[in-house]
Design a protein around this ligand. Structure first.
Ligand code: C5P
Length: 307
């Protein structure tokens, strides 16, 4: 059976500012996405007519991800078939996970994005990148960025993207947690903290991220570190209080800065170059505070077919 393999990156949010809760249940955000070199690999293979989707999953914690039609990769195949006017979407999807699951790094979105580019090729569809981005936005707020990769500003619920000019590589230490967090639960906690006056909604100043964007243009990790911000961090830490200790320890061990990634519970630490990241990763893993560590480099390319 013919098959196509694709990869897609994990993301971190260099800036994530939460504004208002919208009537549709999403929060208006302004964010700066940054794709990093942790990737999931998705192989799609032609399946017999009428057989539907089957999803196979390997890799750490793969068992906790649904493998039916409620898997986001299966939804991606169905959505693209529908968009292209195909009457069925029979496909076998094999996912090799390296991106931590339910961890704030958009692993499910990466699987959906990789599936979109892979089935477009498998089925020989005449679908443009812009159309693919539209289908991606229907699947989830982070899926369009998984397609795009690099570094980009996001507005709306995160799906309206503009690429950002960034010089050089940023070296990250990714500290994996032995717990999971669901994105809706973390946003709900943020709503609770807002009502209690503990956090405040971001204003609509368009230039709040101007210093971060300037630091990215310069390619100076220390300047980037000084301007990292994640409004969801207090909510993630409220739900998983041990994260405070993880963040403090990373900085004590020499990180330029540490933050919760997206809705967490993964914590990411920016290091002053490759050697510093490798040293910090070794020290972090020795603390016993984290399930594991990864060294990741950004920006990384978006979802792409590799074979
Ligand atoms: O778009 P996605 O399906 O990934 O979002 C999952 C959930 O996360 C939403 O149903 C919503 O509860 C929350 N969310 C939000 N605001 C955003 C993105 C996600 O409240 N901008």
């Amino acid at each position: 059976m013919p098959s196509v393999r694709a990869v897609a990156p994990a993301k971190i949010n260099l800036s994530l500012r939460v504004r208002a809760l919208r009537p549709d249940g999403y929060h208006e955000i302004t964010t700066v996405f940054h794709a990093v070199s942790l990737t999931d690999e998705v192989t799609v293979s032609a399946a017999a007519s009428g057989s539907g989707r089957s999803v196979g999953m390997t890799g750490e914690r793969a068992a906790s991800v649904p493998t039916g039609d409620d898997n986001l990769a299966a939804k991606a195949a169905v959505a693209l078939a529908h968009h292209a006017g195909l009457t069925d979407a029979d496909v076998t999807i094999d996912i090799a996970k390296s991106i931590p699951v339910a961890a704030g790094m958009a692993g499910g979105s990466a699987d959906a994005a990789a599936t979109l580019v892979a089935v477009r090729r498998l089925w020989g569809l005449d679908v443009t990148d812009a159309e693919l981005a539209d289908v991606a936005a229907q699947l989830g707020s982070d899926v369009p960025f998984s397609l795009m990769g690099g570094t980009a500003r996001g507005i709306g619920r995160g799906e309206v993207l503009t690429p950002v000019l960034a010089h050089g590589d940023l070296h990250w230490v990714v500290a994996l947690s032995d717990t999971e967090l669901s994105t809706p639960a973390v946003y709900a906690e943020w709503d609770r903290l807002l009502a209690a006056g503990v956090v405040h909604a971001a204003g609509d100043a368009a230039d709040a991220d101007a210093p971060l964007l300037a630091a990215l243009r310069q390619g100076d990790p220390s300047e980037v570190a000084a301007h990292l911000v994640n409004d969801l961090e207090p909510a993630a830490v409220a739900l998983r209080p041990h994260l405070r200790g993880v963040l403090d320890t990373g900085v004590e061990l020499g990180a330029l800065a540490g933050m919760v990634s997206g809705s967490g519970p993964t914590c990411v630490f920016l290091a002053d170059g490759r050697e510093a990241a490798i040293a910090l990763a070794a020290e972090m893993s020795g603390t016993g505070l984290v399930r594991g560590v990864r060294h990741a480099v950004g920006p990384a390319p978006g979802a792409r077919v590799v074979a």
